[in-house]
Design a protein. Structure first.
Length: 327
């Protein structure tokens, strides 16, 4: 359940079926989620009244409304829902290795963190995002280090997402998920997240190290900070399967990298009149498109770039072709 769902349940328990606010910013996103996160943060309280913008609990405009969520002195506060709010996880971005980044990479990291806040706001609220070791001008918690944050919170279970981990993330719930603030445009930061993990453990904190896989491989899994955060939140709060979450977040560029690898794995060597060719069945694409966000043009383009011919299954099975091996 997202914050929005918990907030709706809370309102209905109070006998509230519509909610309003005076903030025009409510028009820029899901209005119920917007009001929910403002309430969760303590910025809004709820009282009887009618604000400028009124909505039912499905987020539709309504003409009349019994309650307003606004910056009020008195009213229903988030303390009445604090127990349920405590069940939501924290997303922590560890930027302790910012010094190994170029200026261009740091600019990209800053943008990814900003986008991560946008992701967090769809599922939970600003206070659940933590940025450690990096100065960013966004509404979230900020700490000098991850250790400072962990020592303050005393969590029972913390998971760090690391593509080189031995353990696999399968959607298991934790109180805190750490993502390495790593942008590798130069290709020289392999193992960087492991360094973060080792440091945290050496400083006395128990952290579980997990990697996100797509059908047994990290290739094809988005590596941007905001994308990793969204995959985790889709799994934890929406109950989505990891593979489906990866597919939802995946862009075509990342998907094509995995497609090339799958073509290499599945292509065959055939011999025609003494000449050898690399070929792959057209039906291969019908299977892979179900878990990779690629289209038919991507398939033919990747195959062509790899020097692999795409042939119909019936043509490949014809007696004129002799399969002499796989790649």
């Amino acid at each position: 359940m997202r914050l929005r769902d918990v907030f709706i349940e809370f309102l209905r328990e109070k006998g509230i079926e519509s909610i309003s606010t005076n903030s025009f910013k409510v028009l820029d996103e899901d209005p119920v989620q917007y009001i929910a996160r403002k309430f969760a943060s303590g910025e809004f309280k709820i009282a009887k009244g009618r604000g400028k913008y009124c909505f039912d609990l499905s987020g539709n405009f309504v003409d009349s409304c019994s309650h307003i969520a606004w910056r009020l002195r008195d009213g229903i506060s988030n303390t009445e829902i604090s127990e349920k709010l405590s069940d939501f996880p924290f997303v922590v971005i560890d930027c302790s290795l910012k010094h190994i980044h170029t200026e261009k990479e740091l600019l990209s990291l800053r943008k990814q963190i900003q986008k991560t806040l946008s992701v967090v706001r769809k599922y939970i609220w600003d206070d659940r995002l933590v940025v450690a070791g990096f100065d960013v001008d966004i509404s979230c918690r900020k700490y000098p280090s991850v250790e400072d944050f962990l020592s303050e919170m005393n969590f029972e279970r913390v998971v760090i997402l690391d593509p080189n981990a031995d353990g696999v993330f399968d959607g298991e719930k934790a109180e805190c998920y750490i993502i390495g603030g790593i942008v590798d445009k130069s290709g020289n930061k392999k193992g960087a997240t492991e360094k973060i993990y080792r440091r945290i453990e050496e400083n006395g904190f128990q952290v579980e190290r997990r990697k996100i896989l797509l059908r047994g491989d990290v290739v094809g899994v988005p590596d941007r900070v905001n994308h990793i955060a969204e995959i985790v939140l889709k799994c934890i709060l929406d109950g989505m399967d990891v593979e489906k979450a990866v597919y939802d977040v995946q862009n075509r560029k990342i998907a094509r990298w995995r497609l090339r690898k799958e073509i290499a794995r599945n292509a065959k060597k055939v011999e025609v009149s003494g000449k050898k060719f690399r070929v792959i069945e057209r039906s291969f694409f019908d299977g892979v498109r179900k878990w990779l966000k690629v289209n038919e043009d991507d398939f033919y383009r990747c195959a062509r770039d790899m020097g692999v011919m795409v042939l119909g299954d019936d043509f490949i099975s014809a007696k004129a072709l002799k399969v002499v091996g796989s790649l």
